[in-house]
Design a protein around this ligand. Structure first.
Ligand code: GAP
Length: 463
């Protein structure tokens, strides 16, 4: 058991180290000692993250009917967060140590972390935690802990320059609010008919009490959301449709099908806006964790914004004349969690005759580079000239890496570690037969391909 635990935390350490060493993810403000819960994506990380976002966007926009996108501002009117319920309900339970003054998320102090994902702490939860944590000491210094209390997760922002006239608002706690704010604008400007959906990828900010597990729980992160507006009579049908569609999509992205599942929220776990919720979860080295939530938001959002903004969002069906307030199915996932979970899913260490290799078996569409091009020797101008020509031609279509350091074996290892699916080597035969060696990351098999066929070869593999 202890060994298993060690292996798991070792795996996390390896991923964090690989991310830093190879330019995927860096700790934010590292030269100043870092800032907890914030990370920066490096050159390879930003390529991979953009690939992931493009895959999601294309899936939602092109593979489903009636879905359009927006890109909303991070700051909105402060009343948005009153109407959304976040000012009153978006809380986590918190305890302080009276001795060392450290602060902990109360549910994280439970042995089994059972209440870990409960976004909203209601009074019952506070009562339960007070009971179960009675007598529990500070995990850092053994000091006495305060009783649990609510802590609001919204990050405040102050607008304006004149003292006394500043407006306090919030960085958005969930990206989706812009979609409700623009529901009527989108409907009217595109003449859409219900059912239809609005998608967005955008940053969200939460004052997480204990940011942890690398990209998993950050204070600044990115979400992808679909808000699907329906006739209430069709809510169940569409909820089931999106639950299946989203689960199927994640399945296609990963190698280990046994590590993905759907889990229904119990009633005490539900966020304040959801009547029903299923999480798509992935089995990470630190247990099954939420990847995306499929939420039955019903009329919560449009009725609350209607009330606070004094607007009527009633929809009239042009064919039947039926009037109703649209209900909402939400699918809300984390871009950074997808990034992290795909790394967990792809990471492999393999022993072979040349020793050990680390491979990221990423879906080629997700990998930062699709192809790497090498001249066999770095000191032969004729090989370099031909390899550069291939590199420049392929670069017009894909993200391509160039490497002429060390020997071919080392270059393969270096590309395997960052998930490059194919490596192309230009050798002396190439100069005669106009063919190159293409080596496959996963099988390590090599084949000869004509230079004039290379683009087609990779395009077919990637399609
Ligand atoms: N609009 C609904 C909503 O925000 P959520 O379950 O709180 O629902 C959606 O968040 C997704 O955002 C989660 O499934 C997760 O992937 C991601 N997420 C939430 N909190 C996060 C955090 N602190 N760090 C990284 N990703 C987070």
């Amino acid at each position: 058991m202890a060994k298993q635990q060690n292996d798991k935390s070792e795996m996390m350490e390896k991923i964090i180290s690989l991310c830093k060493r190879r330019g995927f993810v860096f700790p934010n403000s590292e030269i100043y000692g870092g800032l907890q819960g914030f990370y920066d994506y490096g050159p390879l990380g930003v390529e991979m993250k953009n690939n992931i976002k493009k895959l999601w966007w294309d899936e939602m926009r092109k593979n489903h009917q009636n879905v359009v996108g927006i890109d909303g501002a991070i700051i909105t009117h402060p009343w948005v967060w009153e109407a959304s319920g976040h000012v009153d309900n978006f809380t986590d339970p918190l305890v302080d140590c009276k001795k060392c003054k450290k602060r902990f998320r109360a549910d994280f102090l439970l042995e089994d972390n059972k209440l870990e994902e409960s976004g909203a702490a209601d009074e019952d939860l506070i009562k339960t935690l007070t009971k179960v944590l009675k007598g529990k000491k500070c995990p850092e210094c053994g000091g006495q802990l305060t009783t649990p209390r609510r802590f609001n997760l919204l990050v405040e922002a102050s607008l304006g320059v004149v003292e006394g006239q500043k407006m306090t608002t919030y960085l958005r706690g969930e990206a989706c609010q812009n979609i409700y704010l623009n529901y009527q604008n989108v409907l009217d400007s595109l003449y859409l008919k219900i059912p239809f959906g609005i998608i967005q990828i955008g940053k969200a900010f939460r004052n997480e009490i204990t940011p942890k597990q690398f990209l998993f729980r950050q204070r600044e992160f990115e979400q992808w959301d679909l808000q699907w507006f329906v006739n209430p009579k069709e809510m169940k049908k569409w909820y089931d449709y999106w639950k299946k569609a989203r689960f199927d999509w994640y399945q296609k992205l990963i190698n280990h099908q046994s590590k993905i599942r759907l889990r229904q929220h119990s009633s005490d776990e539900l966020a304040h806006y959801a009547k029903v919720a299923f999480d798509i979860e992935y089995e990470t080295p630190f247990g099954w964790k939420e990847w995306e939530g499929i939420h039955w938001r019903g009329d919560w959002d449009l009725s609350r914004h209607g009330k606070f903004a004094k607007k009527d969002f009633t929809y009239t069906d042009q064919v039947t004349g039926e009037k109703f307030l649209p209900w909402i199915v939400e699918t809300s996932g984390g871009v950074d969690r997808t990034f992290l979970f795909l790394l967990f899913d792809a990471y492999k260490e393999e022993k072979n005759k040349d020793g050990m290799r680390v491979v990221l078996s990423l879906n080629p569409k997700v990998a930062p580079f699709k192809v790497a091009v090498f001249p066999l020797l770095a000191n032969k101008p004729e090989l370099i000239k031909q390899a550069k020509k291939i590199y420049d031609d392929l670069k017009k279509c894909f993200n391509v890496a160039w490497d002429d350091r060390g020997n071919i074996g080392k270059r393969y290892h270096s590309q395997d570690e960052i998930g490059t699916p194919w490596c192309v080597t230009v050798d002396f035969d190439t100069l005669k037969d106009k063919m190159v060696t293409v080596r496959n990351r996963d099988t390590m098999k090599q084949e000869r391909v004509g230079i004039d066929k290379l683009l087609d070869f990779f395009q077919t593999k990637l399609s």
